[in-house]
Design a binder for this molecule. Structure first.
Ligand code: F6P
Length: 376
């Protein structure tokens, strides 16, 4: 009897999603024993029974397409916006899984999707996941697809900013995505030979960044490129955030609803204040160095367009291995790349964790040894 397998893509989009969908679909067809159905817009599509049949014609010529042909959303099964409210739609989603006679559901996403998928696995659904995100911060895998493409895009953009910074003798602060981890800023910063790289893992001091820029100026180089991950924090901000998080945890564990609201408000206020942190940094550096500064935010440019060859290969490897794992009856696992081997990592081993840049990582060591300032 044929197996029925569903696929959905959830969370922020990422180059390589279509390559993964294609690999799953084609490998499944190749077995001659599997039927694939796509759900639109992440978990929401499964809740609303919005399906897309993935036959050969749908899978043809999608390898090079950016985005996801299935659409995506950040909606979570247990906190789904319905009629203006957040509702727990887990049971509806489970019912629909059975209504579609699914034998397995493949959820392609980042850290949040791994968590949401795990919740469904705990309800008894056969779940496999694939790790994608341009942030490369999913625990349990060496690399997520999307990261390589985004690193190329950011590097090329920074290369272009170099010549204009040089011509105008300016500081250019470039904000790169990565709200928790600094992989993208660090990779693109090293590849573009940037002068300063600021990542969430290393809290920075603006005065140290300014000193590095002034030293360059004294040596006759009166421009600098400062790459900043969107999640990078100054030492003071980090202290503030740690305190807010501690209060939030305390309120969650043994506080009243008033305490919980207060700590949640403080957290939101802090996040709002951070929305312009790279602009503030550019202004600070201008004042501290006497050089004119400009800010460029690369934003969603980093997520769009054709995937790199590396991401296409990775997505194809993970997608086709996923079909093999379904055939073997594996479930409750993320299909990951580890030291050139594709493995099924139990979801409970990775949910709630984040792969940050280790402070002893060779990219950090290389950046330091070529004189890059990391703000510390
Ligand atoms: O894809 C991950 C990520 O790129 C983060 O670095 C960033 O904070 C986030 O997505 C923003 O995505 P969106 O605007 O889609 O919520």
């Amino acid at each position: 009897m044929n197996k029925h397998v569903g696929i959905l893509t959830a969370g922020g989009d990422s180059p390589g999603l279509n390559a993964a969908i294609r690999a799953i679909g084609k490998s499944a067809m190749d077995t001659g024993r599997m039927e694939i159905v796509g759900f639109r817009d992440g978990f929401r599509g499964l809740m609303e029974n919005r399906v897309m049949r993935l036959d050969r014609s749908m899978l043809s010529s999608i390898m090079t397409l950016g985005g996801t042909i299935l659409g995506t959303s950040r909606d979570k099964p247990h906190k789904m916006p319905v009629g203006g409210e957040l509702m727990d739609m887990t049971e509806v989603i489970c019912d629909n899984y059975y209504r579609h006679n699914l034998d397995a559901l493949i959820c392609i996403g980042g850290g949040g999707t791994q968590k949401n998928a795990y919740r469904l696995a705990q309800k008894g659904l056969n779940i496999l996941t694939l790790p994608k995100t341009i942030d490369n911060d999913v625990a349990g895998t060496d690399m997520t697809f999307g990261f390589d493409t985004a690193m190329e895009i950011a590097t090329e953009a920074i290369d272009r900013l170099h010549s204009t910074a040089h011509s105008h003798h300016r500081i250019i602060v470039v904000e790169v995505m990565g709200h928790n981890a600094g992989w993208l800023a660090l990779g693109a910063g090293v590849a573009s030979g940037s002068d300063v790289i600021l990542i969430p893992e290393i809290p920075y001091e603006a005065k140290k960044v300014a000193k590095a820029i002034r030293t360059r100026k004294q040596r006759g180089t009166n421009f600098s490129i400062v790459v900043v991950a969107e999640g990078a924090l100054s030492v003071d901000e980090k202290k503030k955030l740690d305190k807010i998080r501690k209060e939030k945890l305390k309120a969650k564990e043994k506080g009243s609803s008033k305490d919980r609201k207060k700590s949640q408000d403080a957290y939101q206020k802090f996040n709002r204040s951070r929305s312009t942190h790279t602009l503030k940094l550019a202004e600070q550096l201008e004042e501290m160095t006497g050089l004119e500064a400009r800010l460029t935010i690369l934003g969603h440019l980093q997520r769009g367009g054709t995937p790199s060859a590396t991401d296409r290969v990775l997505a194809t490897q993970l997608g086709s291995a996923c079909v093999d794992f379904i055939e073997q009856g594996v479930s409750g696992a993320m299909v990951a790349m580890r030291e050139d081997n594709i493995v099924a990592v139990p979801l409970e081993e990775i949910v709630g964790q984040r792969k940050m840049v280790p402070l002893d990582h060779s990219w950090i060591a290389s950046a330091r040894s070529v004189g890059t300032c990391l703000g510390d």
